[in-house]
Design a protein around this ligand. Structure first.
Ligand SMILES: [Zn+2]
Length: 246
């Protein structure tokens, strides 16, 4: 396939159409309005991994939810957990506004996340209540323990739901945090990269501009090269995901 044909295909396919999840020209008005839920461990994980895709879905009229396992309690040096949680929750809310998403918070504590039957139940309850058509969460092989925890909790909820929605995995700080990530799907985020950047910059407590966004910008350019576009986000689709929604 030539580069041009490939690029045309990616642009027209827009979102995750290649996955067979969404018709290429889909707008919520023409087809079923979908709910896409992006589950991250900390404020900034959904945005930095999938912000361009979130904006594309929101712009097409679909419902986008950012689920945060914690409020980033341990993420600001010199601040108490309570102070950091307040600051970082507000940053997540501002960030979601830029992307057209609705934030939802679970009740775990940054740096001290856990997996037990109570936590499985809590995660299942939110998925049962939200009923997403598409769930995207951390790839489980990751150097950050909290990332591994939300990945396991979401995988368990997907099994509990009898795999009746699409399960995808995203990457964050590839190589340093997410590891052994071999994408199955790419989303061209060239038209929404500026909003992704703004949404990440809406986390000033995390020094996005000089810190984590630099890494994600490199990652998105590299994935873009793989996909034949300027900027792309990459995902792994679980092969047993239900396609019942189409
Ligand atoms: Zn994180």
């Amino acid at each position: 396939m030539s580069d041009m044909t490939r690029r045309d295909m990616l642009q027209s396919a827009a979102i995750l159409a290649a996955a067979g999840m969404l018709p290429a020209t889909a707008k919520a008005g023409d087809n079923k309005k979908l709910k896409i839920l992006i589950a991250g461990a900390h404020p900034d994980d959904p945005e930095s991994s999938s912000g361009g895709t979130m904006a594309l879905y929101a712009d097409a009229g679909h419902e986008v939810v950012a689920l945060y396992l914690t409020r980033g309690e341990a993420g600001i040096r010199g601040k108490s957990h309570e102070e950091a949680a307040k600051i970082r929750s507000a940053e997540a809310e501002a960030s979601c506004k830029i992307l057209g998403a609705r934030p939802v918070f679970l009740t775990q504590i940054d740096g001290a996340t856990e997996i037990n039957t109570g936590r499985y139940d809590e995660a299942w309850k939110v998925i049962k209540d939200e009923r997403p058509d598409i769930l995207i969460t951390h790839w489980p092989i990751d150097s950050h323990r909290d990332h591994r925890v939300i990945s396991m909790l979401m995988y368990d909820a997907w099994l509990h739901a009898k795999k009746k929605f699409e399960l995808f995995y995203f990457e964050v700080e590839a190589g340093q945090q997410t590891q052994h990530f071999a994408p199955t799907h790419y989303v061209d985020i060239t038209t929404t990269e500026d909003r992704k950047r703004k949404a990440c910059y809406a986390h000033p407590s995390q020094d996005a501009e000089k810190g984590f966004y630099v890494l994600h910008d490199e990652m998105n350019r590299f994935r873009g090269q793989e996909a034949g576009v300027d900027h792309a986000e990459a995902f792994i689709r679980h092969s047993q995901s239900s396609r019942g929604l189409l």
